[in-house]
Design a protein around this ligand. Structure first.
Ligand SMILES: [Zn+2]
Length: 167
């Protein structure tokens, strides 16, 4: 399994390429900024490895890292959390659920916490793609690492589970 640092390096390295592609597609600085912010947030704080008890992304959450404990209990390592399509949705959906519960608790305590955001569909799409892409890179890198780089010699599955057990 690649370390969190290797995942992060690859994701940060590819960000300028994605930005260049989006720029040449004609997007102006606002959607590019939103894409970059979402991409970096996803790389640093929404890693698929949040399904592990200890990982770099969870450490970056600092004192708020505990909010990912239920996620770790529900999603086993490299299960649905590492699904190309549904994996990112589980983390974004989980984060929305936590935010919703916090807002409900604040409202219950009498603190008005209503948010009305108006964002264009273009910005929303850039945020979605920015959140999604680093997750796709992470999952593809995990597959590439476990199936291609480490496939020589012994049985893959045995080596794979041994590596996973360390994390
Ligand atoms: Zn992973």
């Amino acid at each position: 399994m690649p370390s969190g640092g290797r995942h992060l390096r690859l994701e940060i390295l590819l960000l300028p390429l994605f930005l260049a592609g989006l720029y040449f597609m004609g997007l102006d600085w606002r959607p590019l900024l939103c894409f970059s912010a979402a991409y970096l947030f996803s790389s640093l704080w929404l890693s698929p490895d949040l399904d592990l008890r200890s990982n770099d992304a969870r450490r970056r959450w600092g004192a708020l890292g505990f909010i990912w404990v239920p996620y770790t209990k529900v999603f086993k390592h490299r299960g649905l959390s590492h699904n190309l399509l549904l994996g990112p949705l589980t983390r974004v959906g989980y984060l929305f659920l936590v935010g919703f519960l916090v807002l409900q608790a604040l409202n219950y305590l009498g603190v008005r916490a209503d948010f009305h955001l108006r964002i264009s569909s273009e910005i929303l799409a850039m945020i979605g793609i920015g959140l999604y892409l680093p997750n796709v890179l992470h999952i593809l890198y995990d597959h590439f690492d476990s199936r291609v780089l480490k496939s020589g010699g012994r049985g893959q599955r045995r080596g794979y589970s041994k590596r996973c057990a360390r994390y």
